[in-house]
Design a protein around this ligand. Structure first.
Ligand SMILES: C[S@@+](CC[C@H](N)C(=O)[O-])C[C@H]1O[C@@H](n2cnc3c(N)ncnc32)[C@H](O)[C@@H]1O
Length: 224
């Protein structure tokens, strides 16, 4: 699926992301990688489960590891234990991870260690990356993955429907729906019309809060 090696890209909030130039597609919003990850996945996804002592999360698209790192940090602040499984069929090289400089996004020294662990731990094997974060990086596509957990939250962070349409089709979304518990949250930056109709037909109730900097809506869906 990937057409060229990702290259570094600066976003408007000063944080970095990656860009696949042949697809003209970035791993995060140009308006701000850090701002988007916090607003969409942490605030509208993970934080909804704040009252739970233990939370299980499936991420579709590990990419740079930014969502995982921010969830790890928030889990510590909230004193929650997170089981986080993240799918990534195309891991990025470690030299590129270093160039992202995500370790400067946090004042806590230990976050540098955690970021490195997220990218270097053995694939397909659960590891306690921190006392609050049990992590598995699954080297597989969503379509091929054999997953046996039932999750509280799905972070759906695939490339956009125009660039990778198969990720947003009903068969693919159905797999996520089956993996979520009732009352679980499916969260994504996208609010494409057909995608939203697909989610409704799979039994989700949809909410569309604003995206970052008042830009396009995002989708927060609750499994009924
Ligand atoms: C928008 S980026 C993800 C950004 C990531 N969450 C982050 O914080 O950097 C989309 C990711 O999905 C991955 N991907 C591509 N095809 C996939 C598939 N079929 N199943 C799961 N992930 C896939 C890509 O390699 C890429 O890393």
């Amino acid at each position: 699926m990937l057409h060229s090696k990702p290259v570094l890209q600066l976003t408007e909030d000063g944080s970095h992301t990656l860009c696949i130039e042949s697809l003209n597609e970035t791993y995060h919003s140009y308006a701000g990688a850090l701002t988007e990850s916090i607003h969409v996945f942490i605030q509208k996804g993970f934080e909804v489960m704040k009252s739970q002592k233990e939370v299980s999360i499936l991420e579709v698209g590990f990419g740079t590891g930014l969502n995982a790192l921010l969830t790890l940090e928030q889990a510590k602040k909230n004193n929650q234990i997170v089981t986080y499984q993240s799918l990534e069929p195309y891991p990025i090289p470690l030299d590129l991870v270093a160039q992202l400089q995500f370790d400067y996004l946090t004042e806590e020294d230990e976050m540098k260690v955690y970021l490195n662990k997220l990218h270097t731990c053995s694939a397909n094997k659960q590891e306690a990356v921190s006392p609050f974060f049990n992590f598995t990086r699954i080297e597989s596509t969503l379509q091929d993955a054999e997953l046996d957990l039932v999750y509280d939250v799905v972070y759906f962070d695939a490339f956009a429907p125009k660039k990778q349409p198969e990720m947003w089709e009903i068969e693919t979304l159905q797999k996520c729906a089956q993996l979520l518990r009732k009352g679980g949250i499916f969260i994504t930056y996208c609010a494409n019309g057909q995608f939203k109709r697909n989610l409704r037909s799979l039994g989700f109730e949809l909410f569309n809060p604003p995206g970052i900097k008042g830009r396009r809506e995002i989708t927060q869906a609750i499994k009924l």
